[in-house]
Structure formats: structure tokens, C-alpha cells
Design a protein around this ligand. Sequence first.
Ligand SMILES: Cc1cc2nc3c(=O)[nH]c(=O)nc-3n(C[C@H](O)[C@H](O)[C@H](O)COP(=O)(O)OP(=O)(O)OC[C@H]3O[C@@H](n4cnc5c(N)ncnc54)[C@H](O)[C@@H]3O)c2cc1C
Length: 439
Amino acid sequence: MPTAVEPYRGTRTMVMRPFVPSVRSAKAGAERARRATGQVLIRPIFDRQLTLLESDLAPKARGFLGEFKRMTKVSKAVAPATSSRAAAKRELPEHFKAYKHVWVFVEQERGQVHPVSWELMGAGRRLADKLKVDLAAVVIGPEGEATRDAALESFCYGADLTYLVTDNVLLEYRNEAYTKALSELVNKYKPEILLLGATTLGRDLAGSVATTLLTGLTADCTALDVDADGSLAATRPTFGGSLLCTIYTLNYRPQMATVRPRVMPMPDRVVRDAARIIIHPLNLVEDDIVTKVLSFIPDRDSEISNLAYADIVVAGGLGLGSQENFHLVRQLAVLLGAEYGCSRPLVQRGWVTSDRQIGQTGKTIRPKLYIAAGISGAIQHRVGVEGADLIVAINTDKNAPIFDFAHIAIVKDAMQLLPALTAAFRARLLPLSRAQIAS
Ligand SMILES: Cc1cc2nc3c(=O)[nH]c(=O)nc-3n(C[C@H](O)[C@H](O)[C@H](O)COP(=O)(O)OP(=O)(O)OC[C@H]3O[C@@H](n4cnc5c(N)ncnc54)[C@H](O)[C@@H]3O)c2cc1C
């Protein structure tokens, strides 16, 4: 068992606080927490949260937390004491001061841009406007129309300029080549903030780029903001989703963060002419790349669920009582042209496949309509559905937590209500098209 922990060099300051219910209000929560703490109470808050958590924990987990506290105490003694973020910030070396502007990595694979890239352009625009700097898109891919189109499209989502790296060795995503392309761009043009989607590709790339550049990376953020000092405040859930922590990369650049699809709203697409495109050569030949792609076999299930981007989602939870009863959820979903989903215990019991799980460790959704049947609304489920325009919850318990954030609360047995809803919708909606239903 280690006796000392070196703090991760990129991320030096964490402000932890109890979960703030709405992701959208995380910004206000962060501000409140900062005002309350005066940015000094990081350690006391941390201790208090651990104590709170301990009271609910099984002995084994308590043992782990005790060990964790001991380790962090040792690390505090070893690390130079910084009483506030302001003090830590003075350490930013001179050569990092040239780092300016906000960048978004535009993820494209096989000619398709992942929509999370445009969602991040919206978030990046807000950060860039606050910092009064440019927002740049970074497009990396093979030579050809698809990569060029992605570069041009980035202007429609707010880019002031776009960095473009094209080379045929970039045809398939390979970590080595993409890491080299992105790291070299950063070293040459020096952005202060770099955002990537928390997709399979984005997570792989972000980790290796952060390691190559020796900077901090905050993964799976639920909110991004710029604080009064101009530092990126990257907020993400921690301790199983029961706490939110805001992480600052004070002493290294760029400040990197990944965000999962659908966490940020999609900005409007506004047709705009291309502004500035900066082309950067890759200077990498196939022989230099160790990984070879022999063939591409698409995931058999990848097309099955489109939960994250569905307009209507119907989901079921443990309140359904059995796997057989889950067909009531599917029936209603099919009728509405919706996707179906579930809470985590249903996946754990093998009732539903994992690609259907909604929540912190599943998918984040932003449908126009979300119908949740027999779901209690635990915090880990809530963070995945809060972006829905209209939440209809069906639960037999009038005190279920889901009623705290549902727009329409129905206290009723789901086994009776779901078939009744399906019948009623069938009578009213069948003549309509899916698009009409969704609107
Ligand atoms: C690290 C971590 C990550 C997690 N990630 C996720 C995640 O991504 N997604 C997720 O969902 N959970 C996640 N969880 C689990 C989460 O904490 C909850 O345990 C889970 O969401 C509860 O699922 P549930 O609402 O289906 O079940 P329960 O909490 O058991 O709720 C069932 C509900 O059904 C109601 N009910 C009972 N009978 C009926 C009926 N006949 N009709 C209508 N209502 C009825 C009950 O009143 C109750 O409110 C995570 C937990 C941890 C620790």
C-alpha cells in the first residue's frame, strides 16, 4: 500500500461540494461554493464530505476511505502548501502565458462528424466570449471532401478559425497519428483550453494528448466555465455521483476537458462563409506508425440504440417488477417512434442490454419527451435525463425523488398505466407521422 501520493501534476486544485441538483445550475452552484469557501476551504470541505459519506458506507468502503484520507493527508504534507488558488496560480511559468484561445477537436470518423463536436463548439463559444479570445476548431482526417466539409461546417457552428491537418495516414483513427497531429498543433499554436468529446475516440485521444503535453485533463465534465481569474472551471461528478467537484488546471497549459455527448445543448447552425483555415502538415509516413488497421468491423449493436439523440425516450426501472413487464415500455416506445431505455439495476440483472442504460454511467439524453416508469430518480439517473424538455414520471410512491424534477408526476401503478397510455396514444396518434408526434 503506498504511503504517499504525489498530486497529479496538471490538476492542482479541487473544490468539492454536495451535488447541486440541476446540471444547468452547476455554474451558480460553483459560484455559491466559491463565495462560501472564499476559495480556501478546499480541505475542510473535503474532510466534511468524506465524513458525511462515511456514515452511509459499508465497513469495507469505510476502510478504503480511511486509507484514502490517510494517503491524501501524507500528500498534503509532502506537497508545497498553497493556501488558495490565487497563490497556486502565480506558479504558471512564463512560457505558458503565450497560450491563448479556445479549441474544440472536431471528431470525424468515416466521413461523419460526431454531433458532440458541435455541442462543444457551443460550449467553446461561451468560454471564448468570456475570455474575449477566438474559438478555433481542429479538424484532423484523411485528404478529401469529407474532411474539408467538416472544416467548413465548423464555421457554421461558430468557429473563428479552423486548424486543418489532412493526410491519408489519418484515414482510420489511430492513436499514434492523431496524438502527433493534435500535440504538434498545440505546441505550435498554443491554445489555453482544449475540449474533446468524451466518446470512445475522444477519450482515447484526450488521454494520450494530455500525457504527451504533460498537462491536466478533466474527463466527463458536466459543466464548463471560466472563473474570475480566467481559469477553466471544469465540473464533474465524483464519489459515485453524490458530489460535484470543480477542477482547475492552474499550472499547465492547455487546460483540457472532455464532455459526454448530449451534456451540452446543440447550438443553432448558422450558415456562414469559411473564415480562416490554417493548414498544418503532419510529416508522418505509414512506416512510422506501429498500429495497422487490417479491416473495419462495425459494432453489431452500434446502430441499435440511438438513445442519446432520440426525440422521445420511454424508460423503465425496477418498479416494473420483472423482465417480462419491460415489454410494456417497449410497446409504448414503438408506438411513439421512440427509443427505450432503463435504469442501471435492469442492466445489472440482465433484463435490458447495457447500451440502453440512462444516467451517469450510461447515456445522457436530451429528448423533447422523457417518460420514466417505475424509476425512483436516483441522482445517478437524474444527471442523465435533466436535459429533457418534458419529463413525465410514473411512480406509485408520491415521495419518489423523481417527482422533484419531473414536469408531470403521475402517482399510479406503471403496470396499469403503461398499457392504458399505449392504448390512448394508439387511438390518437396512429394517423400521424413520427415527426408530427415528436413535435
Ligand atoms: C457509481 C454509480 C453509478 C450509477 N449509475 C447509474 C446510471 O447510470 N443510471 C441509473 O439509472 N442508475 C445508476 N446508479 C444506480 C442508482 O443509484 C439507483 O440505484 C438506480 O437508478 C435505481 O434504479 P430504479 O429507480 O430502477 O430502482 P429503485 O430505486 O428501486 O426504484 C424503483 C421505483 O419504482 C417505484 N415503483 C415500485 N412499484 C411500482 C409500480 N408498480 N409502478 C410504478 N412505480 C413503482 C418505487 O416507488 C421506486 O421509486 C448508479 C449508482 C452508482 C453507485
